[in-house]
Design a protein around this ligand. Sequence first.
Ligand SMILES: [Mg+2]
Length: 369
Amino acid sequence: MPLDKRRRVADIGELAMLARIAERIGPPGEDVILGVGDDTAALWWNPERLVLLTTDALVQDVHFRRATFSASDVGWKVLAINASDIAAMGGTPTHAVVSLMLPADLEADWVDEFYHGLLEMARAAGVTIAGGNLAQAPSVVVDVTLLGTVAPDRLLRRSGARPGDILAVTGTLGRAAAGLLAADMGLPDAKRRLPAPSDDALWARAITAQRRPQPRLAEGRVLASTGAVHAMIDLSDGLELDLWRLCEASSAGVRLHAGRIPIDACVAPIAAAAGRDPLDLASSGGEDYELLFAMGSGDADRVLQHLQDETGTPATIIGHIEDIGAGRIVKIGKEERALSPSGWTHFRSATRRRTAQRRSARHGKRQSR
Ligand SMILES: [Mg+2]
């Protein structure tokens, strides 16, 4: 048997697994404007509209635990993370189908609650639930396929960043990672370990950010309408990994100014209680679902002002695209260092998470989100 046949997905990792799948699928037909390798696929529909198509799932004991994550929050989040990918293209979500894989002994109320949260997000995002599928499975898996639309001249890809562009991010970072830590520690227990009194509202905000992310749909459309944004991606897996994806797709590198990364106010007290570095949570924590975008340097002031005026959302300049090698990120902070994507792969982290769960189960602690 060839050596490769015995390799597991965890050995290969998410990034290489995606490349392997893309190679197997081969180049798409002419009606596929964008295939594998961006936040959504983009399909030619008519001269005025492209169709955006994306899918994402939440899996029990990988992305959420039923004991600590309400069904309603699972419903909200699974649609929100798909809508965030449509936002990253500058598009508008329209229709979703929902595939539920459920254990036979799951309480029927869980499904009602799930749809309560899902429909709240659907109303907020203007999405119609057009159908779905039910199947039996050993644990809960909720999988959404979402359609959206965008005018051809408004489509934003990951691949358009050019040397000289300014890099900016909407909102603040680190909330969701802090929320995961806060939920795992438990508020009363964690607050006892804090050196200074902390505001309860900050902790609640962090936990809400992790469970009910807000896709930046209006912001994505406003940024696309300026005509000055060259590339965009939503931050699902952490600033550093998603920045690497944008740079790799654009065949460019970036100088990232660590001191300019907008760390949310809730991050510092929670990081202190957990013994973590706030910058680390904001740089690689993931699940903030903010938009990261590159734009021409002469347009940056106008674009950021327009975004603020139209949506009330601020954006912060955090770096510059440079001709220093595809995917190369030089992080400028206390020391200047180059970042590489090795160690960021999902299947590896999922394996680590499961190992951590087994370990914490033995010690009677909660580990998963
Ligand atoms: Mg994405």
